[in-house]
Design a protein around this ligand. Structure first.
Ligand code: BGC
Length: 710
């Protein structure tokens, strides 16, 4: 791709100030058709005669450092004979502060762009204008641009152009745009503007979101628009940014004389509140708006209930997904992480795939996973691997098996299994090589039940036995490899033997479970031999804890499932509807507009959890929605007929709500399931786009597509 174009960069290794590349186009005639193709090592922002090319935000996107996506834009209507093409470049995801690995491994690689403008003239001739020595470069008006640190722009800075540096970097890293485009999705207006007790002027957008501000003001040269960002206010009502850790999240714009309109081009922020540090004289804070940015995924799932608090939780889950689906599924969008944490992604993938159409999104991300997977099969903790050593932790590495399998179930996509199968097997291989005991996964370090509330003092890890959890995930992933292998016609006897051996050894080794999460995993992964006893143990622990959970990242996603699969649906509802700490609705009652990283991000007294690890936009615990879709409303895919080619609908209502409804717009059409409490019984309204098995209480109905009331 772009075979005749050269990688070009600024003459020196780029520091904070972004270079801008320029080409005077001098076109030879009337243009019939013109396509601009661009990619970069870093993030680029292309303009023709000052107008942005295309709508892609933060192109070329967030990929494995081993590849760069190429975007193509039809620019026919933008061109004049003497048009000027300019492309500014920041270090972006490839070389910015976020990419610790690339900064080690690619120290000597210059942030660069590569492009081709291919023009067909009306007289039938054509030409290709490619990046090469004929381009010019200057340091631009952007004196700082970084994913974590924000953007600083001086409209008065004079650019002085000179020759580019040509680099002989490989073209083989260039690939077609694979993921969804990252786009501006909506604009949010200030909800409230107020002065804090400290005397700071703050805009409340009423929604924790991911994106950037924009403004339009009249100003005198040298006047400054300076904004800061925060997710929450502290208990005194002051602006609080400590949980952003080292992410500086600057936004400073120095105005020219006259009208100034701007939005950052090379960064994004996670925020609900914007502090106005300065504005030009006469401008008012309401000139600032917030633009929401995320991958262009289509909304497909809807949940609604009779409980306003629960509805707010459903909304927060959606906003959590919007805020963290920016080319890769990130842990959070605000502090100095914003990485594709594999554990978080696997925990949430099912909910994600019901809420939105994420097939293409995950195909792209799993390609990155494959590319960054180690030779020995380890799956990095974050994909793209911008950080971390060469090892896998249980529940995190398992994103390599759980995500493809879920995408297969939701969309019926066999290709994703074909593409990922080797990676899935590679991961199992890694485990077997690194475990100290055969057929278990022992002796390694893990994130384990991350943020479990039974963590020993000072630790992030819940107190569940990490060798047990790791061995259980080893079993579970082996099971998924078997299922995936069968679907795509691979021989899986070896894995069937492995599965039986792991199961037998786990059962021999771990006979007792001591935490909520251990019970949940033992039940959900089919390890517990005496299910009834383990389910009772789990239920008792929850009841003794005031009908409250203690689970972290690994126990929480399966907690309600483990209960409802074993006769404790009522208790599962108690947990879902619990309003006291720790619970889903606790954060809602505290005013959350997204899902928190910690059950106690803000405690009852209004104090924060440690600033070291306290994101207010972490989608992982939003995975509870998959229980609402799949159990409470009962909409399920069928393994043998994936992609909703057939569906099983088995709602489990509760008299704790007067109604609950779920709808998923599948590839086969909309499937929906709602129930309404009517006196002592329930009325069910079910629509299926395909053949369905409907299970209501102890009755089973086999129906064709249509709408049914029971
Ligand atoms: C991230 C998590 C991640 C975890 C690993 C955190 O810093 O934000 O969501 O999964 O580290 O344990």
């Amino acid at each position: 791709m772009l075979n005749n174009s050269k990688w070009i960069s600024y003459k020196e290794m780029q520091n904070d100030r972004c270079p801008v590349f320029k080409k005077d186009l001098c076109l030879k005639g009337e243009v019939k058709h013109a396509i601009l193709s661009v990619s970069a090592l870093g993030c680029y922002y292309a303009t023709i005669d000052g107008v942005k090319v295309g709508d892609f935000v933060l192109a070329p996107g967030y990929t494995s450092s081993k590849r760069s996506q190429v975007q193509t834009y039809d620019v026919t209507d933008m061109l004049k004979n003497n048009s000027v093409l300019e492309i500014s470049l920041s270090q972006g995801w490839y070389k910015g502060r976020i990419n610790w690995r690339s900064n080690q491994d690619n120290k000597d690689v210059y942030p660069s762009i590569i492009a081709e403008l291919s023009v067909t003239y009306k007289d039938g001739t054509s030409e290709a204008i490619v990046t090469d020595e004929g381009w010019q470069v200057a340091l631009s008006k952007i004196s700082l641009a970084d994913i974590y640190d924000g953007e600083i722009y001086d409209a008065n800075y004079e650019e002085s152009f000179g020759p580019v540096r040509v680099n002989d970097y490989d073209h083989s890293r260039l690939v077609k745009q694979q993921g969804e485009k990252i786009l501006e999705q909506e604009t949010v207006l200030p909800h409230k503007i107020f002065t804090t007790p400290k005397g700071e002027v703050v805009i409340d957008f009423n929604q924790n979101l991911t994106g950037y501000p924009c403004f339009k003001v009249n100003a005198k040269r040298g006047e400054v628009v300076s904004l800061s960002f925060a997710e929450v206010l502290d208990k005194e009502g002051n602006f609080y940014t400590e949980n952003y850790r080292t992410a500086k999240c600057n936004f400073i714009y120095t105005c020219k004389d006259g009208e100034n309109e701007y939005k950052p081009r090379h960064t994004f922020y996670g925020f609900r509140y914007v502090k106005v540090n300065s504005l030009p004289e006469g401008a008012t804070p309401d000139c600032v708006k917030a633009i929401v940015v995320h991958s262009d995924i289509k909304r497909t799932g809807y949940l609604e209930s009779s409980s306003p608090l629960l509805n707010k939780l459903f909304k927060n889950i959606i906003w959590g997904q919007k805020g963290n689906f920016l080319d890769v599924p990130t842990d959070c969008p605000q502090r100095d992480e914003r990485m594709g944490w594999t554990g978080d992604a696997q925990v949430f993938v099912k909910t994600a795939s019901y809420n939105y159409d994420v097939e293409k999104f995950f195909e792209k991300w799993l390609t990155d996973l494959r590319l960054d997977q180690g030779k020995d099969g380890y799956v990095p903790s974050v994909v793209p691997q911008v950080w971390g050593d060469d090892w896998s932790g249980c529940g995190w590495g398992d994103a390599s098996t759980i995500c493809p399998w879920q995408i297969y179930l939701t969309y019926g996509n066999k290709n994703i299994l074909k593409a990922q199968f080797k990676s899935m097997c590679g991961y199992l291989n890694y485990i077997s090589k690194h475990s100290t005991k055969r057929y278990l996964w022992t002796g390694c370090d893990h994130f384990a039940d991350w943020l479990g509330l039974d963590a020993p003092y000072g630790s992030y890890k819940g107190s569940s036995d990490q060798d047990f959890l790791a061995s259980a995930y080893y079993l579970y992933s082996t099971g998924l490899v078997i299922k995936a292998g069968r679907v795509i016609g691979k021989s899986v006897e070896k894995y069937e033997r492995l599965y039986n051996n792991i199961l037998a050894r786990i059962r021999r080794t771990y006979k007792k479970y001591k935490t909520q999460t251990e019970c949940v995993i033992a039940l959900h992964f089919g390890i517990a031999e005496n299910k009834e006893a383990v389910a009772k143990q789990l239920a008792d622990m929850i009841v003794e804890n005031g009908k409250r959970l203690k689970t972290g990242f690994l126990g929480t996603p399966y907690l309600l499932h483990a209960l409802s699969q074993n006769g404790y649906t009522d208790l599962a509802y108690d947990l879902l509807l619990q309003e006291n700490y720790p619970s889903w609705l606790y954060s809602v009652k505290q005013g959350a507009t997204t899902i928190w990283e910690h059950w106690d991000g803000i405690n009852d007294q209004g104090d924060f959890w440690s600033k070291d690890m306290n994101s207010f936009n972490h989608y992982a615990y939003g995975s509870v929605a998959d229980w609402v879709y799949g159990v409470a409303c009962g909409i399920n895919t069928v393994e043998e007929k994936p992609g909703f080619e057939e569906v099983v609908i088995a709602p489990k209502p509760s008299d704790k709500l007067s109604y609950l409804s779920a709808k998923i717009e599948t590839r086969k059409g909309a499937v929906s399931s709602a129930w309404f409490k009517e006196g002592d019984s329930f009325r069910y309204e079910i629509t299926t786009p395909t053949k369905a098995t409907i299970i209501i209480g102890d009755k089973t109905y086999y129906v064709d597509k249509g709408s049914y009331v029971f």
